[in-house]
Design a protein around this ligand. Structure first.
Ligand SMILES: *[C@@H]1O[C@H](CO)[C@@H](O)[C@H](O)[C@H]1NC(C)=O
Ligand SMILES: *[C@@H]1O[C@H](CO)[C@@H](O)[C@H](O)[C@H]1NC(C)=O
Ligand SMILES: *[C@@H]1O[C@H](CO)[C@@H](O)[C@H](O)[C@H]1NC(C)=O
Ligand SMILES: *[C@@H]1O[C@H](CO)[C@@H](O)[C@H](O)[C@H]1NC(C)=O
Ligand SMILES: *[C@@H]1O[C@H](CO)[C@@H](O)[C@H](O)[C@H]1NC(C)=O
Ligand SMILES: *[C@@H]1O[C@H](CO)[C@@H](O)[C@H](O)[C@H]1NC(C)=O
Ligand SMILES: *[C@@H]1O[C@H](CO)[C@@H](O)[C@H](O)[C@H]1NC(C)=O
Ligand SMILES: *[C@@H]1O[C@H](CO)[C@@H](O)[C@H](O)[C@H]1NC(C)=O
Length: 209
């Protein structure tokens, strides 16, 4: 592409972005969350015109009481807390965070899911690994926690190191298939959590930037 054309394109997309960003969105509440710039409260019906960048649109789902949940534009990602100081937020994926059997639905790749949004999964998260379809070849040891009880099929949890977007943690997997889900590193550290706390860790979500 001709460099000037490229520059023009860049400049106009920046302008567009700013036009969106400078529009006024009233701060709003959803459950225990206060939504303000860059987040804004939209709704499934969207009567008024959007007042912020579409990537930061939040739908408030529920009874408007403290149990309402904040969904990123109706998606499977739910926002739990926002830190406006360092531009990060804690979110969970409903597939693994809802109900008592989230562990049975961990066969998803969160990097791929989040890649559909403009956010990235923070390196401050830890990678919680799940081994399944082991066919009698699962690794054994105290770090591998049997999480089978609530699932129909055997599954084992293992707490790995820092979550990397593209690089699965290096662990012994035997002949198992495996997946890895980001969980809050600070919670693991503060509360001394291990792979045995997989239920709580899945529910509490992970940091996005
Ligand atoms: C959406 O519209 C329907 C029907 O007009 C209404 O009952 C509902 O409360 C609206 N929902 C929201 C979130 O505004
Ligand atoms: C909101 O806060 C209350 C009191 O701290 C808590 O019981 C409730 O679970 C919270 N709701 C959500 C959706 O986090
Ligand atoms: C938000 O992030 C800043 C910078 O990392 C930190 O100092 C502050 O404690 C955080 N606030 C909350 C509520 O976690
Ligand atoms: C921002 O603050 C939150 C809460 O204190 C923390 O968990 C997160 O790691 C921080 N993110 C960055 C990029 O520092
Ligand atoms: C499981 O192991 C058996 C016996 O070794 C083999 O026949 C079968 O194909 C294996 N199944 C899978 C899914 O790897
Ligand atoms: C894991 O737990 C299930 C039931 O909770 C049990 O049937 C199975 O034998 C256990 N597997 C191992 C390797 O201990
Ligand atoms: C998950 O997706 C990322 C990004 O596409 C890829 O690099 C990674 O290898 C995938 N992990 C697994 C376990 O498939
Ligand atoms: C983590 O799991 C262990 C074993 O199940 C339990 O004793 C402990 O209370 C859990 N920790 C937290 C913070 O939930």
């Amino acid at each position: 592409m001709h460099p000037t054309l490229l520059l023009l394109l860049l400049a106009s997309s920046l302008l567009l972005h700013q036009a969106h960003a400078s529009a006024d969105c009233e701060p709003a509440r959803c459950g225990n969350l206060t939504l303000r710039y860059p987040f804004w409260l939209g709704s499934i019906n969207q009567t008024s015109s959007p007042c912020g960048h579409p990537d930061f649109e939040v739908w408030c789902i529920g009874d408007d009481g403290s149990s309402s949940v904040a969904s990123l534009k109706g998606s499977t990602l739910h926002v739990h807390a926002i830190n406006y100081t360092n531009n990060s937020f804690v979110a969970s994926h409903i597939r693994v965070a809802t109900g008592d059997d989230g562990v049975c639905h961990t066969d998803l790749n969160m990097s791929v899911t989040v890649a559909l949004s403009p956010f990235t999964i923070s390196r401050t998260n830890r990678a919680l690994c799940f081994l399944y379809s082991c066919n009698g070849t699962e690794p054994r040891g105290p770090e591998y926690v049997n999480a089978t009880s609530s699932c129909g099929a055997p599954i084992y949890a293992y707490l790995g190191g820092a979550y990397s977007w593209s690089k699965p943690p290096e662990i012994a997997t035997g002949g198992c298939k495996y997946s890895y889900i980001p969980v809050l590193g600070r919670e693991v550290a503060a509360a001394g959590m291990t792979a045995a706390n997989y239920s709580r860790l899945l529910k509490d979500g992970f940091v996005l930037e």
